[in-house]
Structure formats: C-alpha cells, structure tokens
Design a protein around this ligand. Sequence first.
Ligand SMILES: Cc1cc2nc3c(=O)[nH]c(=O)nc-3n(C[C@H](O)[C@H](O)[C@H](O)COP(=O)(O)OP(=O)(O)OC[C@H]3O[C@@H](n4cnc5c(N)ncnc54)[C@H](O)[C@@H]3O)c2cc1C
Length: 321
Amino acid sequence: MLDILIIGGGPIGLACGLAAQKAGLSFVIIEKGCLVNSLYNYPSTMTFFSTSEKLEIGGVPFVTVHNKPTRNDALEYYRRVALSSNLPLNLFEEVTNVKPIDSGYEITTSKSTYQAKKVILSTGFYDIAVNLDIPGEDLPKVKHYYQDPHYYTSQKVVVVGSSNSAIDVALETYRKGAEVTLVIRGSEVSSRVKYWVRPDIINRIKEGSIKAYFNSSLAAVRQTEVDIDTPEGKITIPNDFVMAMTGYKPNFDFLAKIGIKLTEDKFIPTYNPETMETNQRGLYLAGVVVGGLDTHLWFIENSRIHADMIIKDIVEKKSEA
Ligand SMILES: Cc1cc2nc3c(=O)[nH]c(=O)nc-3n(C[C@H](O)[C@H](O)[C@H](O)COP(=O)(O)OP(=O)(O)OC[C@H]3O[C@@H](n4cnc5c(N)ncnc54)[C@H](O)[C@@H]3O)c2cc1C
C-alpha cells in the first residue's frame, strides 16, 4: 500500500510529489492527460503574470531571461523538475473513483486500482468550461479554449467575457486581422484585467478598432450570425467564430461523489485551511481546486504552499500513529 496517491500532475500535484519524496514517503502521481496538462492546453502565446520565482516548486530555481515566463518556459521548467527528480508519474490515466477502506483509500483509474493510506486531490479547474447555456452553443464554431490567434485571421470573431483571457483573445486576434466584437455583461472592462493590458483594450474600443457591447449578453449562435441582447434591444450581427471566454470550474460532481462536502452557493469544498485535509479523513486538497467557483482567487503563486502543509500533516500523523 502506498503512503500517498496524488491525483493530478499539474504544478501543484508535482509540488506535492516533491515534498513527499523529500519526506521519504512512497507515492505515485496519476494524471489523466500529459504532464502539466492544463498548462499544455493554454494559449501558445501565453505569458504568466507571475514572475518565474513565484512559480517555482520544491525549491528548484526557475531561471528565465525575462522575468515573466511564457507557457513554453513553464513547460520546460516543470518537465525538467519532474524528470530530474524521477517523480513516479502515471500519465494518460484518469482517476474515476476514490473509496474509503479500513486502512486508507482504494483508488480506481481508467487503467488500474490502487490502495493508498492518504490521497491528495490536485485536479485544478481547467477541464470544465462554464457554459453560456444559449441556443447554438454546441456548434463547432463556439470555442471555450483558445490556442492561437492566426486561425482567426480575416474572421468575424465575437469574444464573450471581460476577464484576462477574454481581453487577451480580443487583442491578439484583432492584431492578426480578425474583426472583433466583445460582448461584456458589465458596464466596463473588468478591473481585474492586468493593469498593463487594460489601457490597451480601452483605447482599442474607444478608437473603434474593436467593437464592444456593454451591459449585454450573447443570446443565440447560428452558423453565420449571432444575436446579442443589448440595452437598446436585440441585435443580429454576422459571425464566423464565438470565443466564449466565460471561465472554468472544478469538477464538482467528482468532488461530491468522493464524499467532499461543498458549500451551496459557491461549491467551496470543506477543508481545514491549516492542513488542507477535507471532511474525509486522510483525503487532502491541493492547488486551485480548493476555490470552488471563486477560481480567480487561486493561482500557482499562492497555492504551491499547500504541498508542504499537507506533507507536514501526513508526517506528523504518521509519527503519532
Ligand atoms: C491563461 C491563464 C494564465 C494563468 N497565469 C497564472 C500566473 O501568471 N500565475 C499563477 O500563479 N497562476 C496562473 N494561472 C493559474 C494557474 O496556472 C493554474 O490554475 C494552475 O495550473 C494550477 O495548478 P494546479 O496544479 O492546481 O492545477 P492544474 O494545473 O489544472 O492541474 C490539475 C491536473 O489534474 C489533472 N486531472 C484532473 N482530473 C483528473 C482525474 N480525475 N484524474 C487524473 N488527473 C486529473 C488535469 O489534467 C491537470 O493536469 C493562470 C491560468 C490561466 C488559465
């Protein structure tokens, strides 16, 4: 039986592995996709807002020429850290259930069954997009994930949302020759948009290079056009692609299925903030999965500390036993 099974091979799952390794515990990291799967699926053009040292795990320096690393820098870093530390990683294997047994947990995956005394769930929130729930959302031209601006050259693109992701998509596709229309629920560009990007989008809207509808929502999508509800009434505009940058959420069904209690309003999981242990004994949460619907509060920067907190608790409880 393993001391620990870690679910999710993102930055924080790897940080937990490094901390467990340091403490001499036996463990395996099970990841349903490739190594740091969420980061791999980020836009190819993405630059972190954090400086590289704030993304470091296990005390391994993250050396970059520029202070803010790109997605590719981060892939290099986390891969190098994982491989040079020989972390036991089972990739492309999905955990489908976690059941309590006498001495810990039985974990079922798409490939096997494991037993572990403790389980750390570090599954992030990037796998499930927040839907618009409007007619036409299932058309292939509606995207919740964005890879690269080149694809949208000379296309009429509607971007829904006002978060950092939405504004990055709007500016990048505009600069590669797309005709961009922003649909924003609020009355202005979100104040959470990076302070060095916000003036750029506000000026592009002011000069008319990017059209924006405020206090508005996308109402329906069809093959060649979309409907937008605006304060002046419903309008219909020609359209080729919809980028629904409306955020992502943790897999609440999975959390509930394995017995973690969630709050009713924001689906925030129950855990002890000092140890990260959930209401299920020996089952811990690490990383951005802890935020419920408040995904904007959690980053690698402020959740990488979970690794040491959890391993400290596990080691202390082991010595008490
Ligand atoms: C565009 C963008 C920019 C960002 N910029 C920054 C930044 O500058 N600074 C910062 O600190 N943070 C930033 N973040 C946030 C941060 O990068 C992510 O939230 C980070 O990936 C969190 O790490 P994690 O390990 O908690 O989760 P994740 O990296 O999401 O890892 C979770 C892993 O679990 C796997 N998984 C899920 N379910 C299962 C299952 N059932 N079985 C097996 N594996 C499973 C997933 O495939 C995934 O690899 C940014 C996020 C985005 C989207």
